[in-house]
Design a protein around this ligand. Structure first.
Ligand SMILES: *Cc1c(COP(=O)(O)O)cnc(C)c1O
Length: 365
C-alpha cells in the first residue's frame, strides 16, 4: 500500500450536485434551481439572527432547548422527542448510519431525493430503488421491494424532484406494511407548502410508532437555507440513538435564534404559501398550454414544478435558453430524467419571464 485506500463503497458515490447559480460560462443567474424561498427571509427572522450574532465567542446551546420548545409548541410535539441537524441532510445521514451498514439495504423510490443514494452508499449499505407510478410514489412497489436485508426506507413527501404527494391513507398503508424493525424516514421538507387537510399524517403516526423518523427543514418555506437547520421527530429510542452520532453544536447560535423566530412567524409562512400556490398553478397552466409542443408539468404540491420535455424542445435546450434570460433551473439527467427540468416557483416577474421564454422556445423549436 502506497496511499490511503478509501472504502469501496465510498468510491461508488457521486458527490451531490447543488443547484446552479451560474451558467457554464460563469454568468451569474437567478437561482430557480434549489427550491429556496424566492421571497427571501422575513424581517422578524433577520432581526433575530442579527441580534444573536452579538456573542460569537461562545458555543451554541448544544441541546437547542429553546428551538425544540418552539417547534414542540407549534406542532404539538414533545420537545424531548425532537432532534435537530445541520440541515435535515445531517439527520438523513445519521439515520442511515445508525441503522444500516454493509450487507444491509436502504430502500427508496425511483426519482427520490438525491441525498438518499449518497446516505446509503456512505455507510456501505446497498441502495434499492422501487419503480414509480407515473413519477409518483407506488406504495405497492415499495412494499414489494422490501427484503430481509431492508433496514431503512426513505420517502420524501411531497417528493423532490417530482413534486408529487402520497396521501395520508397511502402513508399509513406503507407504514403498516413495513416490518417494525425497519426505520421509516419520512422526509417532509415541503410540508409547509401543503394546504389545510393535505397533511400526510406522518407526525401523528410517529407519536405512537417506534420505527418512524419524520424530518423537516428550515431551508425551504422559512427562507433559512443559508443557516443549515433541520429537525426530526421520532420515538424516544430513535431520538436517543441519533443524538449519539449527530455532530456536537450542530446548529449555530444565530441559526437557532433565526429558526425560533421563523417558526413563530406564521404570517410569513402563510404569505409564502399563498404566493407559491397561486404562481405554481399559473405556471402549470402555462405549461399545459404548451402540451401540443410536448411539454407537461407533473402535478406538484411543492414550491417547484418538474416539467417534462417530450417534443422538439429538449430539457437541455430549455435550460440553456433560460440561462440567456438570466435564470438557473435544474436539469436532471443524473437522476434518470434527461427530459426533465425542475423549476422553482419564483417571484411574479420571474415566473412570467420563465413562462414567456418557455413559450417562445417551444414555438420556435
Ligand atoms: C431541500 C430538501 C431537504 C432539505 O435539506 P436541508 O439539509 O434541510 O437543507 C431535505 N429533503 C428534501 C427532499 C429536500 O428537497
Amino acid at each position: 500500500m502506497t496511499k490511503p485506500a478509501p472504502k469501496d463503497w465510498i468510491l461508488g458515490i457521486h458527490a451531490y450536485v447543488p443547484g446552479k447559480s451560474a451558467a457554464d460560462d460563469g454568468r451569474p443567474l437567478i437561482k430557480l434551481s434549489a427550491n429556496e424561498n424566492p421571497l427571501g427571509t422575513s424581517k422578524a427572522v433577520r432581526e433575530a439572527f442579527v441580534a444573536a450574532t452579538a456573542d460569537m465567542a461562545t458555543y451554541p446551546d448544544p441541546a437547542a432547548e429553546k428551538l425544540r420548545a418552539a417547534i414542540g409548541a407549534v406542532h404539538g410535539l414533545d420537545p424531548d422527542r425532537i432532534i435537530y441537524g445541520t440541515g435535515s441532510d445531517e439527520l438523513l445521514h445519521i439515520a442511515a448510519s445508525a441503522y444500516a451498514g454493509p450487507g444491509d439495504e436502504i430502500l427508496y423510490v425511483r426519482y427520490g431525493f438525491a441525498v438518499y443514494d449518497i446516505a446509503a452508499r456512505r455507510v456501505g449499505a446497498t441502495p434499492v430503488i422501487a419503480p414509480d407510478k407515473d413519477y409518483a410514489t407506488d406504495v405497492d412497489a415499495l412494499l414489494a421491494a422490501v427484503t430481509d436485508k431492508t433496514k431503512v426506507v426513505f420517502l420524501a413527501n411531497p417528493n423532490n424532484p417530482t413534486g408529487t404527494m402520497t396521501s395520508r391513507e397511502e402513508i399509513a398503508r406503507l407504514h403498516a406494511g413495513l416490518r417494525p424493525d425497519i426505520l421509516f424516514v419520512l422526509d417532509q421538507a415541503y410540508a409547509e407548502y401543503l394546504e389545510d387537510g393535505e397533511d400526510d399524517g406522518g407526525l401523528d403516526l410517529a407519536k405512537t410508532a417506534s420505527n418512524i423518523l419524520v424530518t423537516r427543514t428550515f431551508s425551504k418555506i422559512y427562507g433559512l437555507a443559508a443557516e443549515r437547520i433541520g429537525w426530526g421527530y421520532g420515538s424516544p429510542e430513535v431520538i436517543d440513538i441519533l443524538h449519539r452520532i449527530r455532530a456536537p453544536f450542530n446548529v449555530t447560535t444565530a441559526g437557532q435564534a433565526a429558526a425560533i423566530a421563523a417558526i413563530g412567524d406564521s404570517e410569513w409562512v402563510a404569505f409564502s404559501r399563498t404566493h407559491n400556490a397561486r404562481w405554481r398553478d399559473w405556471l402549470a397552466s402555462e405549461v399545459a398550454a404548451l402540451s401540443n409542443h410536448g411539454l407537461r408539468a407533473v402535478p406538484s404540491k411543492t414550491n417547484f414544478l418538474l416539467i417534462l420535455f417530450d417534443g422538439k424542445l429538449t430539457a437541455e435546450a430549455a435550460m440553456k435558453g433560460l440561462w440567456d434570460e438570466g435564470y438557473a433551473t435544474r436539469w436532471l439527467p443524473g437522476q434518470g430524467l434527461p427530459n426533465g427540468l425542475r423549476i422553482t416557483i419564483g417571484t411574479k416577474a420571474q415566473n412570467r419571464a420563465v413562462a414567456a421564454k418557455l413559450r417562445a422556445m417551444a414555438e420556435a423549436a
